[in-house]
Ligand binder design. Structure first.
Ligand code: ADP
Length: 508
């Protein structure tokens, strides 16, 4: 898949996911808002119901003498209002006909027949009755006002509810009961607030007074339809809940968020697979290019050396001849090792691969391997220092693979050095294991590459630092050999400082 197509797909997916998440969030917000509204309506209904229940109870149970006096008057006003409404209802054709009847601007004004309109005697009668009741009601309201304006010695209608006589436990339990009936299953804190003094006359246990003083759930205390006097309030507060959503909505939101997460994970997984596939493709192409180069170069060198050997003027000098023969054998050996590593690595990938273990002498194998690099080291003015300790125990291993392994590690130590290579090889015994350690003064390996160094075809992209050709197969092969021998391999390296590969192989 092309890079820009991948980018386009990823962008589309990211945009689609973000849109989905935004839609989901706004839906959830809407649901929360609706739930909040429903909750508020339920609370309001519950409080209304409590007030109407208080209405139906004996007034004496919860109000003072003065309050009763006020209530009486309000009741009479209510009665008169009711009767006036009855008259209007019974004579609706007259009262709702604006052509014939006119009301004053305020509710205290009488009703009149429109000028020049003749009403029947029944209608005249209804109008008179209505106006009589209206006058009676207005007079009653007047007396309440007068009483109020007379000052402290008289009955103060507005503050007539004697708060000290309120039956708080009754109020509390009524509110709780009604809230449950109205589907509010969050336990409330309840209080009664005297607004003028900003003090709570009552506060349910465990309630936080500050919450109650500042709550939005504040209901003017007006049982039995009395005009709210705005001084006494029933206040409620609810403990904070994570989300005022129904369990269904919560479930759907969770499921859809989970789905979005799942799809995103799947998409990321697919992208990663596509990317790693691309990387593998690139690695394979690199591998074929390098392979061609690696084989072409020695073939070209060998054929050039052969041509030179055919030249009699060259072959006459034995030193020059020997030099060309060395070149041929060196290049030949390189190709052989290369092909051997490739073949062995391919073999090892098969399931039925089996080692051919026998007792081996690690130090001898190390010395033999070093021999193969004498010429290369000479050319690069390099050295190999050995500290070969006693191996106390028997090492059962496949000598062919162990030799290839040593060869690869020494080869890398020389190859990946941008100066004269100085290599140290140490062998020693630690409890139950034989240790082989190779340290170089090469270019080193960065931390992020160290994680991948043993993967097949992985090569550090060193760009222009050095142009060493390779396949990224050597260290993978080495790690497979170690694993098959139930050993361990570790690497410590610092870019520019060199690297140390440590291999431990179990002893019998
Ligand atoms: P190749 O040498 O064929 O590229 P290897 O599997 O042997 O493949 O090594 C993989 C990569 O690890 C190399 O490309 C090189 O960048 C890095 N590497 C291996 N050995 C060393 C070392 N001794 N010093 C620095 N880099 C190394």
């Amino acid at each position: 898949m092309k890079r820009h197509l991948l980018l386009l797909l990823s962008t589309i997916f990211a945009l689609a996911s973000i849109s989905l998440i935004i839609i989901q969030i706004s839906q959830t917000k809407k649901s929360v808002k609706i739930s909040e509204n429903l909750f508020n309506i339920s609370v309001n209904n519950a409080i209304d119901e409590v007030f109407s229940q208080l209405d139906q109870m004996k007034v004496e149970d919860y109000v003072s003498q003065t309050e009763r006096y006020r209530l009486q008057r309000y009741r009479r006003i209510d009665d008169l209002n009711e009767k006036m409404q009855d008259i209007i209802r019974q004579n609706s054709e007259l009262f709702y006909d604006e052509q014939r009847v006119m009301f004053g601007i305020s509710t205290q004004d009488s009703a009149f027949a429109q000028p020049g309109i003749h009403l029947s005697s029944v209608e005249e009668n209804a109008l008179t009755q209505y106006n009589t009741l209206l006058n009676a009601r207005n007079r009653l309201i007047g007396t309440i006002r007068n009483t109020k304006s007379r000052g402290n010695n008289s009955i103060d209608i507005d503050n007539a509810i004697d708060a000290s006589k309120l039956n708080f436990p009754l109020l509390d339990s009524l509110i709780r009961e009604e809230l449950i009936i109205n589907g509010v299953d969050i336990t409330p804190h309840i209080g009664v607030l005297l607004a003028d003094a900003d003090t709570l006359l009552y506060c349910s246990t465990s309630a936080n007074p500050d919450d109650l003083l500042n709550t939005a759930y504040k209901y003017s205390f007006h049982p039995h339809g009395i005009t709210p006097d705005e001084s006494l309030f029933v206040v409620l507060s609810f403990p904070p809940t994570p989300m005022l959503l129904s369990s269904d909505t919560n479930l759907y939101t969770l499921i859809s968020l989970f789905m979005i997460l799942l799809i995103s994970l799947l998409f990321i997984f697919s992208l990663r697979t596509i990317y790693s596939q691309r990387k593998l493709d690139e690695m394979k192409t690199d591998f074929i290019n390098n392979m061609t180069h690696e084989i072409k170069t020695p073939i070209a060198t060998i054929s050039l050396a052969c041509e030179m050997l055919e030249d009699e003027s060259v072959t006459s000098d034995s030193a020059t001849r020997l030099n060309f023969i060395n070149i041929i054998s060196d290049e030949n050996r390189r190709m052989r090792i290369l092909i051997e590593t490739l073949l062995q690595s391919a073999k090892m990938s098969r399931k039925n691969f089996a080692l051919n273990p026998k007792e081996i002498d690690l130090n001898s194998l190390v010395l033999a391997s070093i021999q193969n690099f004498k010429l290369t080291l000479q050319n690069r003015h390099g050295t190999i220092e050995t500290h070969l300790g006693d191996i106390n125990g028997t090492l059962y291993a496949d000598d062919l693979h162990i030799s290839n392994m040593l060869h690869n590690l020494i080869d890398n130590a020389i190859k990946y050095s941008d100066r004269e290579p100085h290599i140290t090889i140490t062998t020693r015994t630690e409890p139950g294991v034989a240790i082989f350690e190779i340290t170089d003064n090469g270019i080193g390996i960065a931390k992020e590459d160290q994680k991948h160094i043993f993967e097949k075809f992985y090569r550090v992209s060193t760009g222009d630092v050095h142009n060493v050709k390779g396949f990224g197969i050597g260290l993978n092969y080495v790690s497979q050999v170690v694993a098959l021998h139930k050993g361990k391999i570790s690497l410590t390296s610092e870019p520019g400082q060199g690297s140390t590969f440590t291999i431990s192989l179990p002893l019998e």
